[in-house]
Design a protein around this ligand. Structure first.
Ligand code: F6R
Length: 614
C-alpha cells in the first residue's frame, strides 16, 4: 500500500505533491512526508505521523519552496506509524531522499552489511535500508544517482515503487518499480509521478505505465528515459488517460462511500454498455468471445481474489456452474499462491481485483501463468498490474472507487461475471433461449432496480440508529445470496468495527445458533428464490431463540414480514442477479451504522484501499 507522488518541472512542487497525496490517501494514512530540492540545491525533508492534513499543519510557516519533490502517504508494514518511520527516508550523509511503496524482503541482510560498513539507522523501516544502500553504492563506485539506484536494486529482493532525489540536483528524479504500481504523467517541460493516475489527471492526460523491473530517469530538461536493471532501454509508450477530475470528487456527498453506493445505477449502465443488446437477445464480451474455445475446453475455472473480490467470485462460481455446467473453484489468492496448487494448461484462472494491484492476486496470476493456465482478468483500474498480466479480460468500468470499503466495484464485478456466464452458456449450449433472455433483460433492468434499492437510503438511515450500540451481528443467506451475506458482514466490520459474521443460513444449527439471544441482530436475506421456504424455516429457528431479525425481502413479501422484527423490501430480479440488488441495502446499513458511531467511513482504521503488500 502507501501512496507515492513526485513532480519535477517549472511549478512550485509542494502544492502539487500535497494535492496528490490527498488523492492517494485511500492507500494509507498513518503518516506522510515530502522531500523537496530547492533551486539552490538544498534537500528539505518534512514528515510527521498522521494524515496528509497533519503534514500540511506541520509545514505551515516552513520553507517548502522548490520545483522538484517527492511525497508519500504511508500504510505501515515495518515499523510503527510515527514521525521517524514516516517517508521520505534519507541517507547517512543526508544527501539522498527516497520514498517507497512495497516491502524490501531481504532488508535484514542488507542492513547488517551496511552496519558493518559504518552506517547507522534511525528508523525501524525496510525503506531506510534501501536509501542507505543507494548511497553506499554511489560513494564506493563514485557513480551517478541513476547508476547507484540501478546497481542497488539488483541486490534487493521484494516489491517496490520508489522515487529518489538528491541534494544539488534540482532537475532529476530517479524512479523504479517492481510489483508495486507507478504511473508517470508527461507534461510540457514537466513530469508527474504517482502510484496511480489520480494525482496526475488535472495536469495532463498523457501517461506512461512503468513496467516491472524498469527504472525511469525523469529529468525536466530531457525526454523521459526508461531502462531495465540490465540497462536495456525501453520504448516510452505514452497512453491517453481516460479519467476526469469530477470522478475523483465527492460531488456533494459527505463520504466517497455514500457517493459510490448512490452511483451504482449509473455504474451498472457503464458496465453493461455495448455488451448487452438492447432487446436482451445477445451479450458480447469481446475478451471472452475471442478466447471462447479456451474457456470451453477448460476442465475447470478457478477464481482468485481477496476480500470483496473473493465474495464476488463466489457469486461467479454459482453463475458459471449454474448456467455453463463448467466446474468452478474459488480461491483466496493469498492461500492459492503458497499452497502448491494443482493448476495447469487445462485450467482457466479468473483473477478478480478492483485495484488490479493486490499483491496476493497478482502473485496468484503469475503462478497460474507459469503453470500454463489461461488467465482472464476482471479489474476496474485500466492499465493496472493485474490487468496487464492477464491473457485477456473484461474491465468493470465503474470509475474510480475511492472509499476504502468496496461497493460499486462489487456490483460491477458480479455484473461482469453474469455476462461472462451468459456468453459461455450460449456458446456451450447449456442455456435455453428463454432463460438467456430473462437474465439478459434482467441485466438491462438492473440499473432501475438498483435505483429503487438506493432509494431505501432514508429508511435505512432512520432504522440504522437502533443498531449503533450493537456489539455483534450475524448475516444469513443461502444460494446466490450467501456471498451477499458475507459481503454485508464485511462491510459492517470494516467501517463500523462491529464484529459481524456471514453464514449460510442452514449452517446456523450446526453450532453458531448458540450465539443467538435477544441482543443479537440477525440480518437475513430471504428473497423468493428456489430455496425461499428453506430460508424461511431457518429464520423461524432464529426467531424461536429470541434473535432480532432484520430481513431483506422482495417487495410484497408477507410471510417473512410476519416473522421478522424489521423488513427491508427490494425489487425483484432474476434469481442469479438478486445478490446485486440485496447488496445495496446492506451497504447502506453498514454505512449509516458507521456514521452513527462517528467512524471515519472512507478511511477506516488499519485499512488501505490497495493492498500491494502480502
Ligand atoms: C473490502 C475491500 C477489500 C478488497 C480487497 C481486494 O471492502 O475493499 O476486501 O476487496 O482488498 O482488493 P482488490 O479488489 O483491489 O484486489
Amino acid at each position: 500500500m502507501c501512496g507515492i507522488v513526485g513532480y519535477v518541472g517549472y511549478r512550485e512542487a509542494f502544492p502539487i505533491l500535497i494535492s496528490g497525496l490527498h488523492r492517494l490517501e485511500y492507500r494509507g494514512y498513518d503518516s506522510a512526508g515530502v522531500a523537496l530540492v530547492s533551486d539552490d540545491g538544498r534537500l528539505n525533508v518534512q514528515k510527521c505521523r498522521g494524515k496528509v492534513a497533519d503534514l500540511e499543519n506541520f509545514t505551515v510557516s516552513k520553507d517548502v519552496s522548490g520545483h522538484i519533490g517527492i511525497a508519500h502517504t504511508r500504510w505501515a508494514t515495518h515499523g510503527e506509524p510515527n514521525d521517524v518511520n514516516a517517508h521520505p527516508h534519507y541517507s547517512e550523509s543526508g544527501n539522498i531522499a527516497l520514498i517507497h511503496n512495497g516491502i524490501i524482503e531481504n532488508y535484514g541482510v542488507l542492513k547488517d552489511a551496511l552496519i558493518e560498513n559504518g552506517y547507522t539507522f534511525k528508523s525501524g523501516t525496510d525503506t531506510e535500508v534501501l536509501v542507505q544502500l543507494i548511497e553506499y553504492v554511489k560513494t564506493t563506485n563514485n557513480c551517478s544517482l541513476f547508476e547507484a539506484v540501478q546497481s542497488a536494486l539488483k541486490q534487493v529482493v521484494g516489491a517496490y515503487a520508489i522515487a529518489v532525489v538528491e541534494k544539488g540536483n534540482c532537475d532529476e528524479i530517479i524512479a523504479a518499480r517492481k510489483s508495486s504500481p507507478m504511473v508517470i504523467g508527461v507534461g510540457e517541460g514537466e513530469y508527474f509521478l504517482a502510484s496511480d493516475a489520480t494525482p496526475i489527471v488535472e495536469y495532463t492526460d498523457r501517461v506512461v505505465y512503468v513496467n516491472d523491473g524498469e527504472i525511469a530517469v525523469i529529468n525536466r530538461n530531457k525526454p523521459l528515459k526508461i531502462v531495465n536493471l540490465d540497462n536495456i532501454e525501453s520504448r516510452v509508450d505514452i497512453k491517453k488517460l481516460e479519467l476526469s477530475i469530477s470522478q475523483l470528487e465527492k460531488g456533494g456527498y459527505p463520504h466517497f462511500m455514500l457517493k459510490e453506493i448512490h452511483e451504482q445505477p449509473k455504474t451498472i449502465v457503464d458496465c453493461i454498455r455495448g455488451r448487452v443488446a438492447a432487446d436482451g437477445s445477445n451479450v458480447v464480451l469481446s475478451g471472452v468471445m475471442a478466447n471462447c474455445e479456451r474457456f470451453l475446453q477448460a476442465k475447470r475455472i478457478v477464481f482468485v481474489g481477496c476480500g470483496t473480490s473473493w465474495h464476488a467470485a463466489l457469486i461467479g462460481e454459482h453463475l458459471i456452474e449454474d448456467l455453463c455446467r463448467i466446474p468452478v473453484e474459488v480461491e483466496y489468492a493469498s492461500e492459492f499462491r503458497y499452497r502448491n496448487p494443482v493448476i495447469g494448461p487445462d485450467d482457466v484462472v479468473i483473477a478478480v481485483s478492483q485495484s488490479g494491484e493486490t499483491a496476493d492476486t497478482l502473485a496468484a496470476v503469475e503462478l497460474a501463468k507459469k503453470n500454463g493456465a489461461f488467465i482472464f482478468g476482471i479489474c476496474n483500474v485500466v492499465g493496472s498490474s493485474i490487468a496487464r498480466a492477464t491473457d485477456s479480460g473484461a474491465y468493470i468500468h465503474v470509475g474510480p472507487e475511492i472509499g476504502v470499503a468496496s461497493t460499486k466495484a462489487f456490483t460491477g464485478q458480479v455484473t461482469v461475471m453474469a455476462m461472462v456466464a451468459l456468453t459461455l452458456a450460449r456458446a456451450k449450449g447449456t442455456i435455453g433461449e428463454e432463460h438467456f433472455r430473462e437474465i439478459a433483460n434482467g441485466l438491462l433492468h438492473l440499473p432501475a432496480l438498483i435505483e429503487q434499492a438506493v432509494e431505501l437510503d432514508a429508511q435505512i438511515r432512520d432504522f440504522s440508529k437502533m443498531f449503533t450500540y450493537a456489539r455483534n451481528f450475524i448475516y444469513l443467506g443461502r444460494g446466490y445470496n450467501y456471498p451477499a451475506a458475507l459481503e454485508g458482514a464485511l462491510k459492517l466490520k470494516e467501517i463500523s468495527y462491529i464484529h459481524a459474521e456471514g453464514y449460510p443460513a442452514a449452517e446456523m444449527k450446526h453450532g453458531p445458533i448458540a450465539l443467538i439471544d435477544s441482543e443479537m441482530p440477525v440480518v437475513a436475506i430471504a428473497t423468493r428464490d428456489s430455496i425461499y421456504e428453506k430460508t424461511v424455516s431457518n429464520i423461524q429457528e432464529i426467531k424461536a431463540r429470541g434473535g432480532r431479525i432484520i430481513a431483506i425481502v422482495e417487495q410484497g413479501d408477507t410471510v417473512v414480514r410476519n416473522i421478522a422484527d424489521y423488513c427491508i423490501e427490494v425489487p425483484t430480479a432474476p434469481e442469479c442477479l438478486m445478490p446485486l440488488v440485496v447488496s445495496v441495502p446492506l451497504q447502506l446499513l453498514a454505512y449509516y451504522i458507521a456514521v452513527n458511531k462517528g467512524r471515519d467511513v472512507d478511511q477506516p482504521r488499519n485499512l488501505a484501499k490497495s493492498v500491494t503488500v502480502e
